[in-house]
Design a protein around this ligand. Structure first.
Ligand code: ADP
Length: 788
């Protein structure tokens, strides 16, 4: 995933004092937000303060409001919970409490507050801002402060960051903590799978979400749950019968051995009667005689370190929050920092809170249509997609005979997490609509191998049960291959004819993209290729032109984060140590850069920038200064990430050796190469849910060509396209045509897009590590803070 980075303000008109606090329920990633706010504030020549124990600390004052220095937040990215504490504060709910809080801020010269919490915390912040002038007036009238003291603080700047595992705030696709929590849930359900399968049991799994079903919905998608209960979409009356018949069908007719039902804790029926996990268990046990167990996941959903996405999100939003403080004028409404698709944005805080509260009110008023429409469009789309894949051969969705397609699915290139999940979703959608899903085994060579006289085995219809089991499996079950159709274009065309493909879905990375490009160009010679073709980007390198996100890249980042956390900790028991970690990614530095942000690397060396002797010399100086200042409080190692293709001279080992040589015994250095470990053992929930979304959208796209002639299809530029995540949209980027990707955005030699929006994140990596600007720019303005 590539999140667009905010622009970093360099000039600040006057020195500001900015405080950050975490409030309400804790969430993984809050520490990342505090770290980013503190370091960005210092970078921008401001003083940073942390308020301990939420609003309670603001009211209490004393040493609960502390100035924070660069090294105070070292190592925070990998820590769970919130290290500055969180609390529900009754005193801040009272005006007298807020008056004390205002006084505490003024006497410390703080006029900006960045609050990371849920909608309650953000409401509290907004109340505080609106009352601020009158609170100061009261303090003057009571003689607690003088007019001169309050004059410079006429406006309180508030910026919200949404820290909540529920993902319940309207206006943002994700809140800090929600993907970590989803990861915990999926890990738990994956474990339950095994025992459910062994004993042919049913499991009812209750997840958090009193008013918001995001966690439950995404968990249901990620684990292929048979049934789902969420507060926004209560089931229709008689749901007990429908659920039972569906589960019976899955078990008896389709042979499924395990049954999973996911329930949000706020699940209810249309009359607002609670649907508890025990009620569901009793129904399954009594009516179906199914050995059913209830698992309430509870607080395990909150704990543990943040996943890579939450580390990126909290870091970039923390940086943006400081920027928002510095941009604010007295007229600016308090903003909350959001993310829409992959773009960090701001929106008026109270609008987001109002919309969020409206959802709860609509549910209370039994107006479920409005409740769901107030959630993000993405939420509705995911819900619909889940239903499309959870209810095969749905009577309302099945198409008439003449509209049914023969859909070929092929994997091309290296395996990546998400390939199986996308294939599973395509198969499920096909069966729901009446299409025939045809898996091509082992890529294009697999397709051609048997065409001569035995059209068998390499192309076959996939059964629902087989694909259902792919829901949490890594890699490519149908087999993938790097070879391209150009190696046997004629044989490929013959097979297309033989199997009568109506559409082709190619899942893979740059090779998948190249394959579709070749087939598109060969259409004039082989009309059989005049069918809709879509590339579903799946590669850990995230180097497919036209898209900012490829399946597998999130899993890879999580794996790298786990790897780096572990080796960094290993250094704490030995000497001071720098690890030079080699990342995959081909000639794209995406993985190295984003992992650099997620782990707080000293630097990320990438092919787009290369490595020079001067750069290495600077970085070794930087490390030397760092270790000289390090008094041993935090002995965890430091990490430099180096993409595998950055330089043929300065290899990972050479760099590690150079650092060791130059350290003169003051610190150690080691090379570490995680290699194929980076492909991950299980796909991350983000890769799983996005695989579903891409698959369903791609299928809907190819359905649009039904009834068109081959020439009409070929004439439509989007008939050969990449399903792309771009800024705030998911769309189809055409390969051909004068504005197509092949000409406009493909660096064929380097096998990457010409434009890489994530490149600007390098600057943020350097700012937050204290390394300042890389390369020649670092000559000027060289600052040296302690890294990580
Ligand atoms: P969350 O932020 O997770 O929604 P809460 O609703 O418990 O959690 O809010 C956290 C804290 O924010 C409360 O304990 C209180 O101190 C403060 N707060 C919430 N709502 C208000 C309000 N309307 N006015 C003042 N403070 C509030």
């Amino acid at each position: 995933m590539s999140i667009s980075a905010p622009q970093i303000p360099i000039e600040v008109p006057k020195r500001r004092r900015i405080a950050v606090l975490t409030s309400g329920g804790d969430a993984p990633g809050m520490n990342g937000a505090v770290r980013a706010v503190v370091r960005m504030a210092i970078h921008c020549n401001c003083d940073a303060f942390a308020v301990f124990e939420g609003y309670e600390g603001l009211v209490h004052g004393g040493d609960m409001i502390r100035q924070m220095h660069w090294e105070d937040v070292r190592g925070w990215l990998s820590r769970g919970g919130t290290l500055i504490g969180s609390a529900r504060s009754m005193s801040f709910r009272e005006r007298t409490g807020r008056r004390k809080a205002a006084k505490n801020m003024v006497i410390r010269g703080i006029d900006a507050l960045i609050v990371c919490g849920g909608d309650g915390s953000l409401t509290g912040a907004d109340v505080f801002r609106s009352e601020w002038p009158s609170l100061l007036q009261e303090l003057v009238e009571a003689g607690e402060l003088t007019q001169e003291q309050v004059d410079p603080f006429s406006v309180l700047n508030i910026v919200g960051l949404v820290g909540s595992i529920d993902n319940d705030l309207s206006g943002t696709d994700a809140t800090i903590g929600c993907y970590s929590s989803l990861t915990r849930i999926c890990d738990a359900v994956d474990d339950v799978f095994d025992t459910a399968f062994s004993h042919q049991r049913g499991f009812v799994i209750e997840v958090m979400g009193r008013h918001c079903g995001w966690l439950a919905l995404m968990a249901a998608i990620s684990t292929g749950a048979d049934w789902l209960f969420i507060p926004e979409m209560p089931p229709k009356d008689g749901w007990e019968d429908v659920m039972c018949s569906m589960i019976t069908k899955n078990r008896k007719e389709r042979g499924k051995r395990r049954t999973i039902v996911i329930v949000a804790e706020g699940a209810q029926d249309r009359n607002l009667n609670k649907i508890s996990s025990t009620t569901i268990k009793d129904i399954l046990t009594d009516r179906l005689g199914l050995d059913t167990r209830v698992t309430v996941l509870g607080h395990t959903q909150r704990g543990g370190p943040a996943c890579s996405y939450d580390r990126l999100l909290s870091t970039l939003q923390g940086v943006e929050a400081v920027r928002a403080v510095l941009d604010m004028t007295p007229e600016t409404p308090s903003p909350v920092i959001t993310i829409r698709e992959n773009k960090i944005e701001r929106m008026p805080l109270m609008q987001a809170v109002r919309d969020t509260k409206k959802v709860a009110a609509c549910i209370q008023a039994k107006d479920f249509e409005s409740a769901i429409s107030l959630r993000d469009a993405e939420f509705k789309e995911y819900h619909r997609s889940y239903l499309h894949t959870a209810t095969p051969e749905h009577p309302k969705l099945i198409l008439p005979e003449h509209k049914r397609l023969r859909v070929a699915i092929i994997h091309v290139g290296a395996p990546a997490a998400g390939m199986n999940q996308a294939t599973r979703a395509i198969v499920a959608y096909c069966l729901t609509r009446g299409h025939t899903p045809l898996a091509i085994h082992n890529g294009f060579p697999g397709l051609c191998r048997h065409h001569a006289d035995k059209p068998v085995s390499s192309v076959r219809v996939v059964e629902w049960l087989e694909s259902d089991n792919w829901v949490n499996e890594a890699g490519s079950d149908i087999g993938t291959n790097r070879s391209l159709p150009s190696e046997d274009m004629e044989g490929t065309a013959k097979c297309f004819e033989l199997y009568k493909f109506d559409a082709l879905l190619v899942i893979g990375g740059f090779e998948a993209y190249t394959a579709v490009s070749q087939l598109r160009k060969a259409r004039s010679q082989y009309p059989v290729f005049k069918i809709p073709m879509v590339v579903l980007p799946a590669t850990i390198s995230n180097n497919v032109p036209g898209t900012e996100y490829s399946l597998g890249s999130d899993t890879c980042l999580n794996t790298l984060v786990t790897f780096c956390d572990a080796i960094r900790l290993s250094a704490s028991s030995s000497r001071r140590r720098v690890f030079v970690v080699e990342t995959q990614g081909g000639k794209s530095g995406y993985i190295a850069t984003t992992a650099g942000l997620a782990i707080g690397a000293v630097a990320a060396y990438i092919p787009e920038e290369g490595i020079s002797l001067k750069m290495l010399s600077r970085d070794i100086d930087f490390l030397r200064e760092n270790f000289a200042k390090d008094m041993g409080a935090n002995r965890a190692g430091k990490i430099i990430l180096r993409n595998e293709c950055t330089s043929s001279t300065y290899t990972t080992q050479v760099i590690a050796d150079m650092i060791r040589e130059e350290a003169h015994g003051r610190f150690e250095s080691r090379a570490a190469v995680p290699g194929h470990f980076q492909q991950g053992s299980k796909p991350s929930p983000m890769d799983r849910v996005r695989a579903l979304r891409m698959a369903i959208k791609s299928m809907q796209h190819v359905e649009e060509y039904t009834g068109m002639s081959p020439d009409e299809i070929a004439a439509d530029e989007k008939s050969a396209s990449v399903i792309a995540t771009k800024g705030t949209q998911v769309l189809f980027s055409p390969l051909g045509g004068k504005d197509g990707l092949e000409v406009n955005d493909t660096d064929w030699d380097r096998r990457r897009p010409k434009t890489e929006s994530w490149l600007e994140l390098q600057n943020t990596v350097n700012i937050l590590s204290g390394r300042s600007n890389p390369g020649s720019n670092r000559e000027e303005g060289w600052t040296c803070y302690e890294s990580t």
